[in-house]
Design a protein around this ligand. Structure first.
Ligand code: NOJ
Length: 544
């Protein structure tokens, strides 16, 4: 066995579960904790080390759980605290840690803190939130909420506005208040006592907002707050912690993921994710993916964080469309392109995240508007209609970018509702579940599932995946994504044809000799060409 690198999470692979869409165990059409427990053996077979669980705490579900009304209890929709303790225990038995989603930028407006806060300006909880005096007619400024409309909500009983960066039911917490911070730390310590293995910090770069200056992300006190948070909680355990940061540049990412652990284990940043949206516009304003830019950006993060920080590697999460539909091909080359995308990502340095269903190549959906459940999607549809956009254009953007693409139920088998539930599911199942499902994937030796399983085991067996340096090759090639990883006297190359046409390519032109293929998405090799979406990772020697 080659020497282990530390800390443990540097060789870990995380699997994200969106609980309401994973497995329903009690026939109410909504996934739950018992359902996840039933599927732990499946996840063990895949080989993952940790599950990032999207929020399961008590919540009115205005934003599917990202609006928490009790941080220390489980929403009855998902089960009980005992179910959660069982999940933690059962997962551990299988070598899997549970990562909780911490939503600390805002709470639900039904949280007891907010119910108190709105009783009066003198209430001790009033200052847990962000308020501004004003009059009904004129909000303090023109800041917009992420889900549409003003970021200020008028409270006539107080003659004040409260600030919300997301929906009106998600009032922003005021991190200036030390009592609030202390309550948050106590809550986190309590979860650590329950045995969770880590935390994912929702929109953490927005906690230090200063609405007076119109600052939402990267407020001046951001890292001060995070360091205190980390010192008071995470540093007391051996946890995996990951900060969601849409606004992170390299410098900030180095702070978030500094090797001295003063903040988090790693950063979850999105620079590569916006490359198919028009500059300075919204995600709904589509454009073709800029492939050269994608290579440039992913490579920049590889080289710039090398030995100075730690990155998350992902194509998908519960807020993003399905990658095989987005930058792969979800028809003719479905399997090839899904594997190609996995190859590129899992060959890199960082911690890979697999979003539920990605490992079987689940795809985007196209539903009539009435079938969408996501608050963001529903709001943008109304907003754009009222602004005069064509209905077809709006729907086209929704098909490509809606968060519900990621939220349709997990496709377990080809029976009714894909084996997700015996009731009517809370959101429709993707109609392609008869072709794309876990049962079928497990039966097929060359399925996407087994390809992911192999990629995960390679990362565990070969330290070069977690530790090696990175060098981009063929930077300006319009179709090939190629790079080297090096550790000691070992070198591996990752080669991928990103597009659906055959292209000329010979490894010899790169002055490399292949000594051993580690993984490949076609059965054999063809000298001189790369077939549509062909990808492989191989051990190589430099030839003269
Ligand atoms: C980011 C989460 O990933 C998203 O799903 C949520 O709507 C917002 N934060 C607000 O909590």
């Amino acid at each position: 066995m080659e020497q282990q690198v530390s800390p443990w999470w540097k060789r870990a692979v995380v699997y994200q579960i969106y609980p309401r869409s994973y497995q329903d165990s009690n026939g109410d059409g909504i996934g739950d904790l018992q359902g996840i427990i039933q599927r732990l053996d499946y996840l063990k077979e895949l080989g993952i080390d940790a599950i990032w669980l999207s929020p399961v705490c008590k919540s009115p579900q205005d934003d599917n759980g990202y609006d928490i009304s009790d941080y220390q209890d489980i929403d009855p929709m998902f089960g009980t605290l005992e179910d959660m303790q069982n999940l933690i225990k059962e997962a551990k038995k299988r070598g899997i840690q549970i990562i909780m989603d911490l939503v600390l930028n805002h709470s639900s407006d039904e949280h007891p803190w907010f119910l108190e806060a709105k009783k009066g300006k003198d209430n001790p909880y009033h200052d847990y939130y962000v308020w501004k005096d004003g009059s009904k007619e004129s909000p303090p400024n023109d800041m917009k909420a992420c889900f549409g409309g003003s970021a200020w909500e008028w409270m006539p009983e107080l003659n004040q506005y409260y600030f919300h960066q997301f929906s009106v039911k998600q009032p922003d917490l005021n991190w200036e208040n030390p009592k609030l911070r202390k309550e948050i730390y106590d809550m986190i310590l309590w979860w650590m006592e329950q045995g969770v293995g880590g935390f994912r910090l929702d929109v953490i770069d927005q906690i230090a907002k200063e609405p007076d200056q119109k600052i939402t992300i990267n407020g001046p006190k951001l890292h001060e707050y995070i360091r205190e948070l980390s010192r008071e909680t995470f540093q007391k355990g051996d946890l995996i912690t990951v900060g969601e940061a849409w606004g992170a540049d390299i410098e900030r990412a180095r702070l978030y993921s500094a090797p001295d652990k003063s903040e988090f284990s790693m950063v979850f940043q999105f620079e590569h994710i916006n490359l198919d949206q028009q500059p300075e516009k919204e995600k709904w304003d589509l454009k073709e993916l800029d492939f050269l830019k994608l290579k440039e950006i992913l490579s920049k993060w590889q080289t710039e964080l090398y030995q100075t920080g730690w990155n998350s590697l992902f194509w998908n999460n519960h807020d993003l469309p399905r990658i095989v539909s987005r930058w792969g091909n979800d028809s003719k080359y479905h399997d090839e392109s899904a594997k190609m995308l996995a190859t590129i990502l899992h060959g890199m340095q960082g911690t890979p995240y697999i979003y539920q269903g990605e490992e079987i190549g689940m795809t985007n959906v196209q539903f009539p508007i009435e079938e969408y459940r996501d608050i963001e999607t529903v709001n943008i549809y109304q907003e754009r209609l009222s602004k005069g956009y064509e209905k077809n254009d709006i729907m086209n953007s929704i098909y490509v970018k809606s968060r519900d693409n990621a939220r349709t139920p997990m496709q377990w088998d080809d029976t009714k509702n894909a084996g997700f539930t015996t009731a009517d599911p809370w959101i429709k199942v993707n109609p392609n579940y008869k072709e794309i499902n876990v049962k079928g994937s497990l039966k097929k030796k060359d399925s996407i599932f087994y390809y992911y399983q192999k990629l995960i085991s390679l990362r565990k067996e070969k330290p070069i995946f977690a530790e090696g340096s990175y060098e981009l090759l063929l930077k300006d090639h319009p179709d090939i994504f190629a790079y080297l990883r090096k550790l000691g006297n070992q070198t591996i190359c990752v080669i991928a044809n990103f597009h659906g046409k055959e292209i000329k390519f010979s490894i010899k032109d790169l002055k490399l000799d292949i000594t051993n293929y580690l993984i490949q998405n076609y059965e054999d090799q063809k000298e001189g060409i790369l077939r549509p979406y062909e990808a492989f990772i191989a051990e190589v020697k430099e030839s003269i």
